[in-house]
Design a protein around this ligand. Structure first.
Ligand code: GLC
Ligand code: CA
Length: 806
């Protein structure tokens, strides 16, 4: 059963072909994210500056909306040149830098391959309309003398377009388009079109992108007597694109935008030889329906109808995106219902959908927002977050088309929400100032400061999702409890079993789950790590507050109460040299795997219940100039759910007999083994007598140990400083494991090593020092000195306190 003792920190780019299954995707428009040159339009340089924010959120993959040159009449989906960057967003060099910085943070990048149509300003179209009918250049697009062909084909943008044909004066013919009339469809019956698109794909692969969203792919081929959607010839084209992709690069993905019913969408996976991923379009509106009707049926029903997909494929799940919330894949009654509930204001409707963001759709109810995200992160598929929804941004449906959901990202309460320093009138779209979603309140900076904000909740949920492969790779099995307001299902993968229980109702509910086959297991609520009552053969009763949700990891009862803490010693492949141990390569292993696991086993590590986000060793001063002298590591630990902390961890390397002695006397102090012929270990130096004397000396002799950003400085107390004759006898570690570490020297001096380092005044030190040096109070251990970390412009931090016995 699952036990989360191994908390993963900043996982490396998940290796292997199937990385996209474990991905968390963040969808954004470059123009909407951050404006670096203050012209009112976001750009690649601005986005690059915000990569840390995205990394900290925990997403692993960015999906960028079209950033190519374009007249901008369909927000960039009307491309006039596939091979360049829209100059508004920067240069190719900016793009390269962005890719580099993204890779440095282990973020993958998916871009758009809009292959169904181009802009009418693309040079291919300009050439086609000038060329002779029947010529090759003309046949890059689909022409007709009459607009009465293919009449069974639906019009998608029905608010703006009357027909899929538009008359072209200079060509003296109609051209075919499934979307806006300024977006002529490419003709895939012409092999040159296919070859040109493959060249485009290769160009962006050369630039390092990890995959492509294939925009509007059901419509590539037209045939008389059909509705021109999902034709076998269209699938053949996609299979060939996939073959070209695989032959050119490994580990790259295709994501299908095919707004179709489940059977038809799943065809875009082929036999695992078309797209790797496809959006689950039918599921999305049904999530909204389920919460509005307070009934699980819409969700369980559509997932029941969803065919199994090949092993190397994955659904892509989303709650919202840059388009309207599409209601094409629901029945007429369902659509009416959705409009009634979610688009009471007629302005909110467009085409067959609703142009609103997540928070306004859910009436800004935090509970509902959490609930829907919980589903997004626990149902089978790779979740996609639409930029701004992680802070509950609002929208503005007065802006026309779908622009109300595409307004600038809100970073702070500064001018233009911190997005740009341009004149507010110059922004590509105005910032949201709706009173309920005003950028002065809804922005990253405010959310960052408040640990209870939606942003922090999102970080926690993302981190938790990443802890369980069952979410990204596991099977799905619905439980059907009598209470239909409760949705409950299992996600299982290898040894992991997760039970997801969700209350779709605004009132409290009680539910009986049949978990009899897990009798003997204990459900652990994963966010609190609280253990719930063990499962028996009888129905398992759970009560849920309004819109409440639980993720339970099932654990075998034997290690239920006390999660097994058995610590398997990791091995570092490195020479036995402390001064090079944190060099490239090994540093990552230590910071991302070894130390996060080690500190979990230490009594002095007080934040065991928190979810680690990141761990870094920021200082490593040596206690003496000898090559293998012990070093003081300062370990900075940040969490998904709490303020950052710094811990002191003195370390040393021992080999042979010395190593064996530590293994016998203080096995818990061993951090890792070093590969090599002889037994060699890295361990907590407190357990080394030489280190202990060095500490003592350092204080008494006013030594300075040089660090990177500051120094450790010995400060003897007055009496100590006066008496240079203090000789050092035997030392020992006191009282085993405590929240700080204490040592006794020759039965005369106590030395306390603080583990969690706090900036500024240390009350212990202040009081003992005052009582000793000012009040001459002799009944307490006297202040004998301290070891302080001094760094620029701030109060020294006390690392050790030395006291003499009364
Ligand atoms: C896709 C895009 C949408 C665009 C359409 C036509 O559906 O998501 O934004 O308008 O293609 O290019
Ligand atoms: Ca700009």
């Amino acid at each position: 059963m699952n036990v989360i003792t191994d908390i993963k920190v900043s996982p490396q780019l998940a290796g292997g072909e199937l990385w996209f299954k474990d991905a968390i995707i963040y969808q954004l428009h470059v123009k909407a994210f951050a404006d670096s040159n203050n012209d009112g339009i976001g750009d690649f340089a601005g986005l690059t500056e915000k990569l840390d924010y995205l990394h900290d959120l925990g997403v692993t993959t960015l999906w960028l909306l079209p950033f190519y040159p374009s007249p901008g009449r369909d927000d960039g989906y009307d491309i006039s040149d596939y091979r360049r960057i829209n100059p508004d967003f920067g240069t190719m060099q900016d793009f390269r830098r962005f890719m580099q910085e993204a890779k440095r943070r282990n973020l993958r990048v998916i871009t758009e391959l809009v292959i169904n149509h181009t802009s009418d300003e693309h040079s291919w179209f300009k050439r086609a309309r000038r060329s002779k009918p029947g010529s090759d250049a003309r046949n890059w697009y689909v022409w007709s003398d009459t607009d009465q062909r293919y009449l069974d084909t639906r019009v998608i943008f029905k608010d703006t377009e009357k027909s899929n044909w538009t008359w072209d004066q200079s060509a003296n013919a109609f051209y075919w388009h499934r979307f806006f009339s300024h977006q002529p469809d490419l003709n895939y019956d012409n092999p040159r079109v296919f070859r040109a698109i493959v060249q485009v794909m290769k160009k962006w692969l050369d630039l390092g992108v990890d995959g492509f969203r294939l925009d509007a792919i059901p419509y590539l081929i037209e045939r008389d007597g059909t509705n021109n959607e999902n034709l076998p010839e269209t699938h053949a084209i996609i299979r060939r694109i996939r073959a070209e992709l695989d032959a050119y690069r490994s580990d790259k993905v295709l994501l299908a935008e095919a707004n179709q019913w489940p059977e038809d969408v799943s065809d875009y996976f082929g036999n695992g030889d078309e797209c790797h991923m496809a959006y689950h379009f039918p599921l999305m509106p049904r999530i909204y329906m389920a919460i509005a009707q307070e009934d699980r049926f819409p969700i369980s029903d559509i997932l029941r109808q969803t065919p199994d997909i090949p092993n190397n494929c994955q659904w892509a799940l989303f709650l919202r995106n840059h388009d309207e919330l599409t209601l094409e894949m629901v029945t007429d009654e369902e659509r009416d219902y959705m409009y009634r509930v979610y688009a009471t204001d007629p302005h909110a409707r467009i085409n067959l959908g609703i142009r609103r963001r997540l928070a306004p759709l859910l009436a800004n109810s935090r509970r509902k927002i959490e609930l829907l995200n919980t589903l997004l992160f626990s149902m089978p598929g790779t979740p996609i977050i639409y930029y701004g929804d992680e802070i509950g941004m609002g929208d503005n449906f007065y802006l026309g088309d779908r622009n109300g959901c595409r307004t600038p990202m809100q970073w702070s309460s500064d001018r233009n929400a911190g997005f740009s320093r341009a004149n507010p009138q110059q922004l590509y779209l105005p910032i949201t100032i709706d009173p309920e979603y005003h950028y002065e309140a809804v922005n990253v900076e405010n959310h960052q400061k408040n640990l209870s904000s939606l942003l922090w909740w999102m970080r926690r949920v993302i981190a938790m999702r990443k802890n369980f492969k069952a979410f990204s790779r596991g099977s799905l099995e619905f439980l059907y409890p009598d209470n239909a307001k409760v949705l409950a299902f299992l996600r299982r993968y290898e040894k992991e079993t997760i039970v997801v229980v969700v209350n779709l109702s605004r009132f409290a509910q009680s539910v009986e789950l049949d978990l009899s086959r897990f009798a003997g297991c204990v459900p652990m609520e994963v966010f609190s790590r609280n253990l719930f009552r063990p499962i028996k053969k009888s129905p398992y009763v759970i009560t849920l507050g309004p819109h409440a949700y639980y993720w339970f990891a099932l654990q075998a009862q034997t290690n239920g109460r006390r999660v097994s803490k058995k610590h398997v010693l990791p091995t570092i492949n490195a020479p036995a040299e402390l001064h090079t141990l944190l060099d490239d390569g090994r540093r990552a292993q230590l910071e991302q795997a070894i130390l996060p696991n080690y500190i979990q086993t230490c009594r002095w590590f007080g934040s065991k219940a928190r979810t680690l986000r990141d761990l870094k060793v920021v200082e490593q001063p040596a206690v003496s100039s000898e090559t293998n002298a012990a070093r003081f590591w300062f370990v900075v630990v940040s969490y998904v759910d709490g303020p950052t902390e710094t811990y002191a961890l003195p370390v040393k390397i021992a080999s042979g007999n010395a190593a064996r002695a530590v293994s016998r006397s203080a096995p818990h102090a061993i951090i890792a083994r070093l590969a090599g012929a002889e037994e060699t270990i890295l361990y907590d130096a407190v357990w080394d007598a030489e280190f202990r004397s060095q500490l003592f000396e350092a204080i008494v002799q006013r030594q300075i140990m040089k660090g990177r950003a500051g120094d450790l400085v010995g400060v003897p107390g007055k009496a100590m400083a006066a008496d240079s004759s203090v000789a050092l006898g035997k030392s020992q570690v006191l009282g085993g494991e405590q929240s700080n570490s204490s040592m006794l020297f020759d039965n005369k001096f106590f030395l306390k090593l603080y583990r969690k380092l706090e900036d500024g005044v240390n009350p212990d030190v202040e009081i003992t020092r005052f009582l000793t040096e000012r009040a001459n109070f002799s009944n307490v251990p006297a202040f004998a000195g301290a070891l302080e970390y001094r760094h620029e412009k701030s109060e020294p931090t006390v690392v050790c306190l030395l006291q003499a016995r009364p």
